[in-house]
Design a protein around this ligand. Structure first.
Ligand code: NAD
Length: 480
């Protein structure tokens, strides 16, 4: 394995160790072994990163560039990400546990964000507002300044790209706080930023823990915007901080998304969607289909087919492209096991899996099907973030929609039916920022994504997202 042993933060165009000289140890979740260490950023390092971003913003080196040229730099980042995708993917695979093919896809997806927002950089336009004779009135989109990006461990480089590419396209400078569990591969973005001509300080990348580095970044007086993806409890802290400081925030939080299977559904599509919807990256996906609500008339048939599919899943290291790879940590594994046990205690049945993989030094959870889950169970209400599907029966459309909408979350939802009218009627009634019909994860970087309820607010992806990264200034002028 060719992963270097010591990694640094990227501040003001340079790779540096932390002020206090401390480090974070990074392990391979498939083996539990340490693979590298990275400089641990704390308050002093946060200050250096924010100061660099502020100086770069104030110099107007990025904001005053002709937007088409800013866009070209973003597109160059995409090209470099693709050129180095195998090297980056190997690090993702070992520090986050993701399969190699999926890790390569993740790098490609990050590249797509840079391409998409690179293409949009010169289309962020103001408008002329007619006020009648004697006046000229127009608007100017203005970047916020220093945009802070705090992201979770499940898709670091993809989630960084999702927010950072539009932020840079609009002319902001950024400080990225990498997640403490798999912070290494974001570092490649620093190397790439320098190589494609971003001015020093435009992109800064630090690795640290949430309660010191993350909170110091949010509280820093020179940070002008908070962009957060992660859990609901941390999202609340971020919003409290944004409210106190009166700065804008985007919060993309968790989910407990449900797929609804109507009696006429194509069951091959249901099985294919379930396979990817809950077992992709072992369910460590905010938009995972973690609940499946099945019409009672086809319930037993669906469960049988899902059991057959689960029996065919392989479990192992991401480098072997196993279907089920490890969870990110022992803590996360224990949380998932606890939630499954709570479902059993409350009367649900385990059709497949239900426990960790015995005799493994890594953090592997068996792919798990929980049947006869009742809507109020913790396992039906709380995000597991593991390869665990709760299956529940419903008797009519009204009841199905009500169970699907009956959590505090509202990220995604889906419906499986061959009846076009029913599909769109149900899609309109389901709670969520994104609704899938007959294919879980239909959509792409071009389609707006975000939550309602405790899944957060603000939209990332697509053209909608660019609006997060500028404010509109109006200029009114008397000409008579
Ligand atoms: P988390 O909230 O524990 O951590 C997320 C990030 O916040 C990490 O970088 C962490 O260091 C940082 N952080 C923690 N405390 C902080 C504080 N007080 N101040 C500032 N930063 C702080 O979440 P996690 O366990 O890393 O990630 C899993 C969660 O992320 C799940 O709930 C998942 O659904 C959610 N998620 C959402 C999306 C989305 O787009 N909606 C995408 C991926 C993951």
């Amino acid at each position: 394995m060719g992963i270097r042993s010591h990694w640094k933060n990227y501040i003001d165009g340079h790779f540096i160790d932390s002020v206090a000289g401390r480090t974070i140890e990074v392990e391979d979740p498939a083996t539990g072994e340490k693979i590298a260490e990275i400089a641990r950023a704390e308050a002093g390092d946060v200050h250096l990163a924010v100061a660099a971003a502020k100086q770069c913003f104030d110099s107007r080196a990025l904001a005053d560039l002709r937007p088409i040229n800013r866009g070209r730099m973003l597109i160059d980042v995409a090209r470099e990400l693709r050129r180095r995708q195998d090297e980056i993917a190997e690090v993702i695979c070992h520090e986050s546990g993701m399969g190699m093919v999926d890790s390569i896809d993740q790098v490609d997806c990050a590249a797509q964000y840079f391409e998409y927002y690179g293409g949009l950089a010169d289309k962020i336009e103001g408008s002329y507002i007619p006020l009648g004779k004697g006046f000229i009135d127009y608007t100017i989109p203005e970047p916020h300044g220093v945009s802070a990006h705090i992201i979770p461990w499940n898709f670091p480089i993809e989630l960084v790209a999702r927010g950072v590419a539009p932020a840079l396209a609009a002319g902001n400078t950024v400080v990225i706080k990498s997640p403490e569990l798999d912070p290494l591969h974001n570092t490649f973005l620093g190397e790439i930023a320098g190589s494609v001509g971003f001015p020093d300080g435009a992109i800064n990348i630090i690795a640290g823990y949430g309660d010191d580095c993350g909170s110091a970044l949010c509280e820093h007086p020179d940070v002008n915007q908070l962009v957060f993806t992660g859990s609901v409890p941390t999202g609340r802290k971020i919003l409290n901080c944004a409210a106190r400081r009166i700065i804008p925030a985007v919060v993309e939080l968790g989910g407990k998304s449900a797929g609804m299977v109507m009696p006429d559904a194509d069951l091959d599509k249901v099985v294919a969607s379930t396979r990817v919807g809950i077992f992709f990256f072992s369910g460590q996906v905010c938009s995972a289909m973690s609940r499946l609500l099945v019409h009672r008339s086809i319930y037993d048939d669906v469960v049988d087919r899902l059991c057959e599919m689960v029996d065919g899943l392989s479990i192992g290291h991401g480098k072997d492209n196993s279907d089920i790879t490890p969870l990110i940590s022992e803590r996360q594994l224990q949380r998932v096991e606890g939630l499954v046990q709570s479902a059993v205690d409350a009367g649900a049945k385990i059709a497949r899996g239900g426990a960790r993989v015995a005799d493994s030094p890594g953090y592997f959870m068996q792919p798990t099907l929980i049947c006869d889950a009742s809507p109020d169970m913790d396992a039906m209400q709380q995000e597991a973030f593991g390869p665990v599907l709760c299956i529940s029966a419903f008797d009519n459309e009204e009841e199905g929609v009500s169970i699907a909408n009956g959590t505090r979350y509202g990220l995604c939802a889906g419906v499986f039916t061959q009846d076009l009218e029913a599909a769109h009627r149900i899609a309109a009634r389901l709670k969520g920022g994104q609704i899938f019909i007959n294919k879980w994860f239909a959509g792409g970087i071009e389609t707006p994504f975000g939550g309602v309820g405790e899944s957060g607010f603000g939209r990332e992806k697509g053209q909608d997202a660019i609006r997060n990264y500028y404010q509109t200034k109006n200029v009114g002028c008397l000409i008579g």
